[in-house]
Design a protein around this ligand. Structure first.
Ligand code: GAR
Length: 261
């Protein structure tokens, strides 16, 4: 594979984004950042992109939700079918209030349709979520990554998945009383932080640690891990493999995992 084109989505400070930009510019990743997008107009990650002359854009999710609730017309894309998405999604239980689910996925599709339009001028090989604090719905994933066995959306999560998915990986790890914490880079599927794992790094948690010190330990590992995983992707070394494992009593479990080849 030659130089890969990387798009990034951020919601906040963008220190992972910075690590990736620096690794591209320093030749540690054979890649080039082609856009930085955000759901949050105030994300400092946008300024980091601008500083490196990378095109940036914002799709303001909060504003879209507000306009939807005010009854604005034409927000939800015409090719969006909420029933199709409700069948595919794994973020919510089926017992959830259908009206609430429809509102959630309508708003997601409105925002994600706008994201897709904003990304359109910048073709990419890999989309990295670098502190992007919104789940991506099947509407976005199917359009952006139509072949699940050829994944091209990556996320970094501040916990050792599958423990502590969600929005506060460090806090959840700390409050649980874990002796070890860590971070995970994975491909994105329909679930919340549930896609195939590419890499993990771990740190020790001692009785002296606080939430602040574990964040300090963890974020430094995140920067290294994300760059390592993107480098493997750029080198064509990540392969999805379907594995079948035999369990007791003749039962079997199947999993799709990432093999490093
Ligand atoms: C990082 O800790 C990242 O793992 C986390 O947000 C932070 C962003 O920091 N992401 C998630 O929690 C996603 N569920 P950054 O903006 O400085 O890269």
């Amino acid at each position: 594979m030659g130089e890969i084109r990387i798009g990034a989505l951020v919601s906040g400070g963008g220190t992972n984004l910075q690590a990736i930009i620096d690794a591209c510019e320093g030749g540690r990743i054979n890649g080039r950042m082609v856009f930085v997008g955000s759901d949050n107009p105030g994300a400092h990650g946008l300024a980091r992109g601008e500083k490196h002359n990378i095109p940036t854009f914002v799709v303001d999710y909060k504003d879209i939700a507000r306009r939807y609730d005010e009854g604005a017309e034409g927000l939800v894309p015409e090719n969006f079918n909420v029933n199709e998405i409700l069948k595919k999604q794994t973020l919510f239980s089926v017992s959830e209030d259908p009206a609430r689910l429809t509102r959630f996925f309508d708003i997601r599709a409105a925002a994600e349709g706008a994201l897709i339009r904003a990304m359109n001028p910048y073709p990419f090989d890999l989309l990295v979520l670098a502190g992007f604090m919104r789940t991506l719905s099947p509407y976005f994933i199917d359009k952006t990554n139509p072949a699940p066995l050829d994944p091209r959306i990556m996320n970094i999560h501040p916990a050792l998945l599958p423990a502590f998915p969600g929005t506060d990986g460090y806090g959840d790890t700390y409050r649980y009383g874990c002796r070890v914490g860590g971070c995970t880079v994975h491909f994105v599927d329909y679930g919340e932080d549930s896609g195939a794992i590419i890499g993990q790094k771990a740190y020790e948690i001692t009785p002296e640690d606080t939430i602040e010190t574990i964040k300090e330990k963890g974020i430094k590992l995140e920067w290294e891990l994300y760059v390592d995983c993107i480098r493997l992707f750029a080198e064509g070394k990540l392969k999805m493999t379907r594995k079948t494992y035999a369990l007791q009593k003749g039962r079997k479990v199947q999993r799709t995992v990432v093999e490093i080849v």
